[in-house]
Design a protein around this ligand. Structure first.
Ligand code: FEO
Length: 171
């Protein structure tokens, strides 16, 4: 694995851990307003992001490279509403998609076929990540920010469970 590729993967490890950190910050917001189901969804999302980070981590070692843990930026801590949180989630996932796409382009340019191959999983995963976030944005809009709709949605999001690997159940 060349230096440029190794550096880019280390940056992606950082971005995935930052995602976990951001979703935990969102979970803390939901816990602070007693929406435990919403919080559960975010905590599972954070766990998933750590598995993404670890896929890259393991990949670097399998290739005989060096993993460098970089500083994690502080995520947003104050939110106005569940809708704002999920709009930010969708926006964030779109950014992650472009990071993955850039990494893929680098793999092609550098003729790093193993990286190209492993990134296919992430390309598919990002389609799912964006679609799930967009779906919840729609549901939060339907439910409104307060009242029985939010209570029902809280129950639904509270049913999400963490499944290791690719079989994470979305609700
Ligand atoms: Fe690791 Fe949500 O993308």
């Amino acid at each position: 694995m060349n230096e440029k590729v190794q550096e880019a993967i280390n940056n992606q490890i950082n971005a995935e851990i930052y995602s976990a950190y951001l979703y935990l910050s969102m979970a803390a917001y939901f816990d602070s307003i007693s929406l435990e189901g919403f919080s559960n969804w975010m905590k599972i999302q954070a766990q998933e992001e750590m598995t993404h980070a670890m896929k890259f981590y393991d990949f670097v070692f399998e290739r005989g490279g060096k993993v460098v843990m970089k500083a994690i930026e502080q995520p947003q801590a104050e939110f106005k509403s569940p809708l704002e949180v999920f709009e930010k989630t969708l926006e964030h996932e779109k950014e992650v998609t472009s990071l993955i796409n850039n990494l893929y382009e680098l793999a092609v340019r550098e003729k790093d076929y193993p990286l190209e191959s492993m990134l296919k999983w992430f390309i598919d995963e990002q389609v799912e990540e964006e679609s799930t976030a967009a779906n919840i944005v729609d549901k939060v809009k339907l439910a409104g920010d307060k009242g029985p709709g939010v209570y029902m949605l809280d129950k639904e999001l509270g049913a999400r469970v963490f499944l290791p690997s690719t079989e994470t159940k979305e609700k």
